[in-house]
Design a protein around this ligand. Structure first.
Ligand code: NAP
Length: 249
């Protein structure tokens, strides 16, 4: 009888161990297929929450990035309110730019990306999540001297500002650059890039506090457009000359 009990106990122990192993295996497989993300139902900030969603994969010419940092742009706030849907086929998770490291590389990738590379990327959506799958052409290396936290605002915000100032505006040293919404994300980048180019950034903004902040970033002056018409002020800073970058064709 005692022998039988011993055998039964051993059998139950083995079954228990098997159960534990199955649960661990399921967790490993399931855990690898899912990730945490910031989710929302259209509305205000209280409609945001974290949840678990399917993890994207590095298919074809995409790389999989483990997200370290993401950014907040006007487009994210509009999308969260239900006013700016993502383009067809893109993730409906918020977040247009990220920094992080390469986790996996698709079989059709022709770039030199490899696991562990420090990168930043422009996304159609999906930045507010642990992982993002991105076309490799939208991925850029992060210079060693640049922090992950800074890099996350470059692909969308800073490159938009750079494109405006240099590709479209063709700014020259000494020119006056008039920046509307000087308290915005793009405006803050434009002020600093104009300063770096040797130009003279001036801003308009809706509050004195934003103008103060703009000046701390390098703006030569600012005008609160809620206090009057800014056109006379523009005349005074350009001395009547049609030299503001934005006035060019
Ligand atoms: N962020 C990007 O990467 C990116 C890329 C492409 C295009 N854009 C466009 O560039 C503009 C600025 O984008 P952002 O991300 O820099 O925006 P942001 O940081 O949210 O700033 C938007 C600014 O717009 C002004 N504003 C005027 N009316 C407003 C309203 N009804 N609601 C909210 N803000 C209002 C506000 O300045 P005042 O209080 O001074 O009026 C505010 O500081 C947007 O039109 C955006 O679509 C942005």
């Amino acid at each position: 009888m005692r022998e039988m009990n011993k055998g039964l106990v051993s059998l139950m122990f083995i079954l228990y161990l098997c159960n534990v192993l199955v649960v661990l295996k399921l967790k490993a497989v399931y855990g690898n297929l899912t990730m945490k993300a910031v989710l929302y139902t259209p509305g205000d900030i209280s409609n945001m929450r974290t949840g678990t969603v399917a993890k994207p994969a590095a298919e074809k010419s995409k790389v999989l990035i483990r997200t370290y940092y993401t950014a907040l742009n006007r487009a994210d706030t509009l999308q969260r309110r239900g006013l700016y849907p993502p383009p067809p086929g893109e993730s409906d998770i918020l977040g247009l730019e990220i920094s992080g490291v390469i986790e996996d590389v698709g079989e059709e990738c022709v770039g030199k990306w490899k696991k562990g590379d420090r990168v930043m990327a422009l996304l159609g959506g999906g930045g507010y999540a642990e992982y993002a799958a991105v076309e490799e052409g939208l991925v850029m290396p992060i210079p060693e001297s640049c922090k992950f936290s800074d890099a996350a605002s470059i692909p969308e915000n800073w490159l938009t500002a750079y494109q405006l100032l240099h590709f479209l505006g063709k700014v020259q040293s000494g020119e006056v650059v008039l920046i509307h919404a000087g308290g915005s994300g793009v405006g803050a980048a434009l002020i600093q890039l104009s300063h770096l180019a040797g130009a003279k950034p001036f801003v308009t903004a809706g509050t004195d506090e934003k103008i103060k902040k703009a000046k701390s970033l390098g703006a030569r002056g600012g005008f609160n457009y809620k206090t009057g018409d800014f056109s006379d002020w523009v005349e005074s800073i350009t001395e009547g000359i049609n030299s503001a970058v934005w006035a060019r064709k």
